[in-house]
Write a protein of this length. Structure first.
Length: 143
C-alpha cells in the first residue's frame, strides 16, 4: 500500500483543497490516478485514513522492535510505512535493568556481609578483651 500523503508531500490533516492541489501537480500518472480514486470520494478517504493510521502504527511497532526492510526494499512501495529502527529502550526493559542492578547490589552486599560481620565481631571482642586486660593490670577493676 502506498502512503499517498507521503508521496504527495501533504499532511494527513490537510484539507481537500490542499490535497487536490497536490494531486493536480503530481507528475507520476499512476500515483495521481490512485490519489484521485481515494481522495475524490469522502467515504473512500475516511476508509483510507483508518487504514493509514493502522498501517502507520504497525510501522512504528516494527521500528520499536528493530524490524526494518532489507536494502532491496528501500524506496519501494512496500517500504512507505517502514521507519528506521528505534533503538530507544522500552519502559519495561528500563525497569528490568534497574531491578537487575538493585538485585546485583543486594547480592554483592550479602556475599560481603558474612566476612565483614565476622571481622567486626572479632575486632569488637578483641577490643573489649584488651580494655578488660588493661583495666585489670592497672587495678581499675576489683579482683
Amino acid at each position: 500500500m502506498r502512503d499517498l500523503y507521503q508521496r504527495l508531500a501533504v499532511s494527513p490533516e490537510a484539507n481537500d483543497q490542499e490535497i487536490n492541489q497536490a494531486v493536480a501537480s503530481c507528475l507520476h500518472s499512476a500515483l495521481r490516478q490512485d490519489a484521485e480514486a481515494v481522495f475524490a470520494v469522502a467515504e473512500r478517504r475516511e476508509t483510507y485514513d483508518t487504514l493509514h493510521d493502522t498501517v502507520s502504527n504497525i510501522g512504528k511497532l516494527r521500528a520499536r522492535l528493530g524490524l526494518s526492510h532489507g536494502a532491496h526494499w528501500q524506496g519501494d512501495v512496500a517500504n512507505d510505512f517502514s521507519l528506521p529502527p528505534d533503538h530507544a529502550i522500552s519502559r519495561h526493559d528500563e525497569l528490568v535493568d534497574r531491578v537487575s542492578h538493585a538485585v546485583s547490589l543486594y547480592n554483592r552486599w550479602r556475599r560481603l556481609r558474612g566476612p565483614w560481620l565476622l571481622v567486626a565481631v572479632f575486632a569488637a571482642g578483641g577490643g573489649i578483651g584488651i580494655a578488660l586486660g588493661l583495666a585489670l593490670c592497672l587495678g581499675l577493676l576489683p579482683m
